[in-house]
Write a protein of this length. Sequence first.
Length: 390
Amino acid sequence: MWVGFILAGYAVVGNDSIQTLGTFLSSNEQRPWWVLWLFAGSILTFTLVYGWYTYNGDVSYERLQLLDDSGAMVYPNPQDLPQFGWPYLLPPLVLMLLTRTGIPVSTSFLILTFFSPKGLWSMTMKSILGYALAFCVAILLWQLITNAMDRKFIKNPITKNEQRVWTILQWSSTGFLWGQWLIQDFANIYVYLPRSITGMELAISLSILLFMLGVIFYSKGGKIQQIVKAKTNTTDVRSATLIDFTYGIVLLFFKEFSKVPMSTTWVFLGLLAGREIAIRYRLELGVEPDDLKRAPLMHQLGLLLNAVLLVLIGYVVYLRKDVSDQIIVVMALAMVARAAVAYYETSSGELNLKGAFRNILMDLAKVTLGLLISVALVYIIDWLTKGVVG
């Protein structure tokens, strides 16, 4: 069990933590790595100990305590699985390999699926909703603030006085986001340990995670960090603060939404995608306003779709736990439609969204690859544990 925990811990921290700490690392590259590590480590310690104390030893915040319709645990204890053995080490090993190549895969799919294949559908639908909701929030928000803020951030370097204020705001937003992310992703790491751990197990596991977190900060995030740096102006502390705070609010919603585990990777990429399209869209129209005259119908359709997205966001927030799969599909289709309209609105100009869409589609292809690998490994492990091999 501990070997699985160590492998999963390293893989999850190395892959998923960049979603929350990536912008923090990018905008604080001038600071010693150990200062950043102490900050993030203290929040990790508090969140872990608080969950352990509040939920009677369950550090997953009850995400691993879900029961199915028959009353059985969806994610059973490893020691209760008669087929539990070395094949269950394959998911974190594969995740470590993909992380080293810079591919941002979903650890929820790649690890939790093997303990509960029947939970794949609900996890997938919640993750699709996470991507779509984050995308819609970001594309609307950054359409509003790009002209007032991001355009200014890009053109005007931050002053010393502004640096102090924004650094405080960014560290606060990062702390909030980091805590929300840990609540979601502790399940991916602690699935290899008993559902209720002892004080000694808590201390040992915390020490292991803090060491792994130190490695991530020392290496400045590794190759996964390049996904963050590839996006517009993410190294600016002001932009990083807005990203972190928005991402944290979305994760807070899903914390209250349901206890079903989800892919925070998909939420993160959805947020970055919506933001990137909105910023490029606003900047392009600012440089080439004639694009609006060339495609007036597309522009009007874009405004209409903005209203549709706003209504859908409000409806999902209102429904919360009662959101159906049909609503999730509608929101995903509306997201695709808004992105397509933004693309065609600017396609006639020299500065268009082709580069942004290329990066977004590449990120989507990578996480989809992770999902396909997860499904394939479910069948492989089932094959191995039934004694066909070994």
